[in-house]
Design a protein around this ligand. Sequence first.
Ligand code: UDP
Length: 242
Amino acid sequence: MRTDIMGVGFDDLTLEEAVAAGEKLAQGPGFSYVVTPNPEIVDLARADAGYRDLLNGAGLVLPDGIGVVYAAKLLGRPLKGRVPGIDFATGLLDRLAKNGGKLFLLGAKPGVAEQAAARLKAAHPGLVICGVNDGYFKDSAPVVEKIKESAADVVFVCLGAPKQEKWMAQYGPETGAHLMAGLGGALDVYAGNVKRAPVLWQKLGMEWAYRLIRQPSRIGRMAKLPLFLVDARRQSKKERRA
Ligand code: UDP
C-alpha cells in the first residue's frame, strides 16, 4: 500500500528499508526504476497525467523533499520520514561494493561522471563502475547500447526531472540493467562540484534553504513550495468533508 500525496503514491520506508528494497531490485530478475519526487516533481505530475503514471509505475517512490513529508502530515497520513535520493544512492553504493553489483553513471556535464566515478571508487572500496556517460546526448540509442555492453546491474540516471524519469521508463528495459534510479544533481555532489548542506541543516529539514543560499537562481523553483503546502491543506479539508 502506497501513501497518496496529491496523486503520487509514496513508499513509506525508512532510509535503511529503502536501501534494502533497492538492493533486492538490483539483483533482478527484470527491470525497475526508482523515483525520488520532491514537491516540484509532484506538482509537475499534477499537471501531467502521463508523467504521474510514470512516477506511480516506479518500483520505489521515495519522498526526497521535506515538503512531501509536511504535505503527508497535513493530509493526515504521515510518512516515516524523508528519504533523500542521494542518501538512498549512497546506501546502495555500499551494498554494491559488498555484493559485486556493477554500476553505470549517466548524466551531468561532460567530465563530471568520470570525476564522480573516481571519488566514489576511492570512498567505496570494491565498487565496480562499469561505465559513464554525460547527460547532454542527443540520440539515446548509443547510450542504451553502451549501458548494455557494460552489463550494468544498476544505473544512476542524473538528467534532472522530468527528463530522467521519462528516460528510465522508456529506455531502461532495453539496457538489460535491473535497476535505475533518477537522482537529479547527485553526480555533481559526488564529483565534489556541489556541496550538500551540513548534517545539522539536513536533520532540521533545511537542506532546501542551504541549496537556495548556494544557488540563488533556484528561487523560482522553490517559491512553489508554500503553494504546494497550501494545496495539501486544501486537499486534506476536502478529504475530511467527503
Ligand atoms: N542534466 C543533464 N542533462 C540535461 C539536463 C540536466 O545531465 O539535459 C543534469 C545537470 O547537469 C545536473 C542534473 O541534470 O547535473 C540536474 O540537476 P538539478 O540540480 O537541477 O536536479 P535536482 O537535484 O534539483 O533534481
